[in-house]
Ligand binder design. Structure first.
Ligand SMILES: NC(=O)c1ccc[n+]([C@@H]2O[C@H](COP(=O)([O-])OP(=O)(O)OC[C@H]3O[C@@H](n4cnc5c(N)ncnc54)[C@H](OP(=O)(O)O)[C@@H]3O)[C@@H](O)[C@H]2O)c1
Length: 492
């Protein structure tokens, strides 16, 4: 049975504590941790937003949210009573000069509590919020600030936010969230790579032909069309989640699990990414936008229809690209990334394709041994699969066939998989930033992404239409075909 270590008593102020992220993710995550006894005695959750709400109204809002978003059977009266007692609401516009003394008064009731300010609001509010907290004298001691993704929409805006927040909080007290880093299966990458001695000698250009990372969704943009049209898949998925996955696969072994060890190695990978320029952008990237099609037998509208009558847009809902890492370990071993909406299924996985054997001793009729392949499934059906070539039993020909060695976590561990936010919130409360992004990581990632966006503009690269329910535009197939490779069919 797992033993849970409770966090020190804290005051967690959630700016945007009535919003979608708070209702769907943060509050259910905190409730689960409370159910396991991890929230220290007397700890408080103080939601803040512009709309005035009495404490009772906020408690009722949270109860509705938990009933809606917790899995069936996880809501129980005893935990709820304890959790409800922790809840408070404080009206505050983070852009306003006035009103901060009210928050200061509330927090000063518990001076010994660890203070955490979670900004679940638009990134443009991060700088003003930090400055107002500092002016109100709330940033001293061990106070921490949590910034939701995205930190900015390009390099310049990310740097501005980092500078503004950095003037009020030391880097070690700034927790930039990429919730992928809190996922159990993403954490398992560390165990896979660094707790198995057979992996490391093979984890390099000599043995690995290429790596594919796919994060596919079958849903469209729905009611987020307006937000999405200003963002696109490159900024929404590649700049953060996909580059983080690439870094965890490609980084050198850190000397330990400390935050400086891990983040230092990831930053080196970011800096080794070969820039994408107007000269190569058409060869190494693909942009797509979904048109209407059928998913699960149901006809779904195209992106432009969702955007509104007569809308026109060149925003991409799909990206595929070839990333080259210019260092000794990976030179000549490309990483192909693809992510999109309204694809043929919902799936996140990493495929490590090993090179073919150096020389085949088998006769032609045995068949050509398929190169080994390791598939790390992040969702659905989390696990690791390794294809191995075997001999088909029988007295006739010596026939070869690839079969999977399959490690399925849900079969092995009879446990609930905690949501990423449960782990991330606990790490903030414990003050360990290892699972959060350093400012240099965020800025290096934007620097690389800005190069792609500028090159798309320079070449006036249009988003290619693809039919909803497929795996993206045909140019994505050509991207690998040109290199004599093909995409693996994701598990859905
Ligand atoms: N939703 C998700 O699943 C998700 C996932 C990852 C990241 N994020 C990021 O998390 C942030 C919040 O997203 P969301 O979906 O929760 O947005 P949302 O549903 O629009 O909620 C925004 C929250 O911020 C408050 N707010 C807005 N302006 C404010 C101001 N000037 N001062 C104080 N509070 C203010 C709103 O309450 P009032 O209007 O009453 O002020 C509301 O509580 C965004 O940066 C988003 O990109 C969201």
């Amino acid at each position: 049975m797992t033993e849970f270590r409770p966090a020190e008593p804290f005051d967690l102020v959630i700016f945007g504590g009535t919003g979608d992220l708070a209702r769907r993710k943060l509050l259910p995550a905190l409730y689960h941790r409370d159910a396991d006894g991890q929230l220290g005695e007397g700890s408080r959750i103080i939601a803040s937003s512009r709309k005035p709400l009495s404490r009772d109204e906020y408690v009722a809002l949270v109860k509705r949210a938990l009933r809606k978003h917790l899995p069936e059977g996880d809501f129980n009266g005893e935990t709820w009573q304890r959790f409800a007692d922790r809840l408070h609401h404080h009206q505050q516009d983070v852009t306003a000069e006035e009103g901060w003394s009210g928050l200061e008064g509330l927090l000063s009731e518990k001076p010994q509590h660890i203070r955490v300010f979670y900004l679940a609001t638009l990134p443009a509010l991060y700088g003003p919020a930090a400055q107002h907290l500092a002016a109100a004298g709330l940033t001293g001691g061990e106070a921490r600030i949590v910034l939701e993704k995205p930190v900015g929409h390009d390099f310049d805006s990310a740097r501005t936010i980092n500078d503004e927040v950095g003037r009020c909080f030391d880097e070690a007290r700034i927790f930039r969230i990429d919730h992928y880093l809190g996922k159990e299966t993403v954490q398992n990458l560390m165990a896979l790579r660094f707790a198995n001695s057979m992996i490391e000698p093979l984890w390099r250009r000599g043995a690995i032909d290429h790596v594919q990372i796919t994060v596919a969704e079958d849903l469209g943009v729905g009611d987020r069309a307006e937000f999405y049209d200003r963002t696109g898949t490159l900024r929404d998925m590649v700049q953060n989640h996909m580059l983080q996955l690439l870094c965890l696969v490609a980084m050198e072994a850190p000397t330990g699990m400390g935050h400086e060890d891990i983040r230092g190695e990831k930053i080196k990978v970011m800096r080794a990414l070969r820039p994408i320029t107007p000269d190569n952008v058409q060869r190494v990237t693909v942009r797509g936008q979904y048109s209407s099609g059928a998913i699960g037998g149901k006809v779904v509208p195209g992106y432009l229809e969702e955007l509104g009558d007569g809308a026109s847009s060149n925003t991409e809902t799909f990206v595929a690209l070839k990333a080259e890492i210019d260092n000794w370990r990976w030179a000549g071993t490309p990483f192909y990334l693809r992510s999109g909406k309204r694809l043929a299924g919902k799936s996140s996985e990493i495929v490590v394709q090993f090179r073919p054997i150096a020389h085949s001793i088998f006769r032609a009729e045995s068949g050509v041994p398929e190169p080994n392949r390791m598939t790390i499934r992040l969702q659905p059906d989390e696990g690791v699969e390794l294809s191995m070539v075997t001999k088909v039993p029988g007295p006739g020909h010596f026939k070869l066939r690839a079969l999977p060695l399959n490690l399925c976590f849900s079969d092995t561990y009879d446990k609930r998989y905690p949501d990423a936010y449960e782990r991330l919130l606990m790490e903030v409360l414990r003050g360990d930033p290892a699972l959060f992004m350093h400012r240099d990581e965020v800025e290096s990632a934007w620097n690389w992404i800005d190069g792609i966006i500028d090159s798309w503009a320079a070449r006036e690269m249009a988003a290619q239409p693809y039919v909803s329910g497929t795996w993206g535009p045909t140019d994505a197939v050509r991207l690998l075909d040109r290199d004599g490779r093909e995409w693996c069919q994701p598990h859905v």
